[in-house]
Design a protein around this ligand. Structure first.
Ligand code: DOR
Ligand code: ZN
Length: 343
């Protein structure tokens, strides 16, 4: 008999949809599986104002061609974000968080924050209004080893930050280390974390197996197996502090397979199926619904979805590539089998 499970329709609490042509190729992949997604604001022109977020939201909705899906918009925090912009954002009703990219940390982060102290006015407003700060938690100091950047960020930025703003709601995004798991677990309830499917499924060997694998390069970079095991433990623990955020980040094949390849894995095509695989391998499928469909919504003050989806334990082959305009988009684990399937 085929093994199947039914879940409340999930939400993706960290997603890159891009804009223009790229957006049209990816948005329906997410909408097929998820009801809503927190949409990252790191476009080539960052989404720093409520007006820009409204235009971007309209573009996303247009790209859906009538498919039901709610984009949960975010603002891009800069050194110059003012408290009144935060107030507009909150009043809009469609902006659900403000993203902190340390300047230079990742794709389109040049306009990010150079010193968190410059953002204290905005952060104070966010704390007061209950608008969450979504954190890319890596220091950018080139002296710091790339595998230690998350842990150093906890000590040098996050710990002082929560001290200064004890009631600020913070999502520590795409955590990758034991240190981050421990930090979030022992922090108060207003500090939570998202976990990606790729960090649950792969360790850093995947970047180098049989040669360099640019499609397994993302930021924060994959870590050692012992860290991956702690991520699995956190995700499957049933703690409301840990929930799904894919960080699916499309880049054209040519931009990935380059002498200086872009960071990002494209998991949106099969994200829920990948999460199911990760939970199944930890014998914890009974914990998948809380992680994908309940805890994140609760943290963001959103209603739990009412629809359901069904997943069956059936293998299918992940395409070698997906259409991406003139280019190709290589999905996570292209050409390999996925062991769960969305009906
Ligand atoms: O791998 C990543 N890709 N990490 C990020 O933080 C950004 C993302 C992107 O936008 O491509
Ligand atoms: Zn991201």
């Amino acid at each position: 008999m085929t093994h199947s499970i039914t879940l409340i329709k999930p939400d993706d609490f960290h997603l890159h949809l891009r804009n223009g042509e790229a957006l049209k190729h990816v948005v329906k992949h997410t909408a097929r599986q998820f009801s809503r997604a927190i949409v990252m604001p790191n476009l080539p022109t960052p989404v720093t104002t409520t007006i820009q977020a409204k235009d971007y939201r309209d573009e996303i909705i247009k790209g859906l061609d009538g498919i039901a899906f709610e984009p949960l918009m975010t603002l891009y925090l800069t050194d110059n974000t003012e408290a009144h912009e935060i107030e507009y954002a909150k009043q809009s009703g469609f902006i659900h968080g403000v993203k902190l990219y340390p300047a230079g940390a990742t794709t389109n982060s040049d306009a990010g924050v150079s010193d968190i102290k410059k953002c204290y006015g905005a952060l104070e407003a966010m704390e007061k209004l209950g608008l969450p700060l979504l954190v890319h938690g890596e220091v950018t100091d080139p002296e710091i080893d790339i595998f230690d950047r998350e842990a150093v960020f906890i000590d040098t930025v996050l710990t002082p930050l929560i001290h200064h703003f004890p009631n600020l709601k913070i999502v520590f995004e795409h955590i990758t280390t034991t240190q981050a798991v421990d930090f979030v677990r022992s922090a108060p309830a207003n500090i939570v974390a998202t976990l990606t499917a790729h960090h649950l499924l792969l360790n850093r060997n995947a970047i180098f197996t049989g040669g360099i694998n640019p499609h397994n390069y993302c930021l924060p970079v994959l870590k050692r197996e012992e860290h991956r095991q702690q991520l699995i433990k956190a995700a499957t623990s049933g703690s409301e502090k840990f929930f799904a955020g894919t960080d699916s980040a499309p880049h054209a094949k040519s931009a990935k397979e380059s002498s200086c390849g872009c960071a990002g894995m494209y998991t949106a095509y099969h994200a829920i199926e990948l999460y199911a695989e990760a939970f199944d391998s930890a014998h914890s499928l009974n914990k998948l619904e809380g992680f994908c469909s309940i805890f994140g919504a609760k943290f963001y003050g959103l209603k739990t979805n009412t629809e359901t989806i069904e997943l069956t334990k059936e293998s299918w082959e992940i395409p070698e590539f997906l259409p991406y305009g003139e280019e190709k988009l290589i999905p996570f684990r292209a050409g390999e089998n996925c062991h769960w399937q969305l009906k």
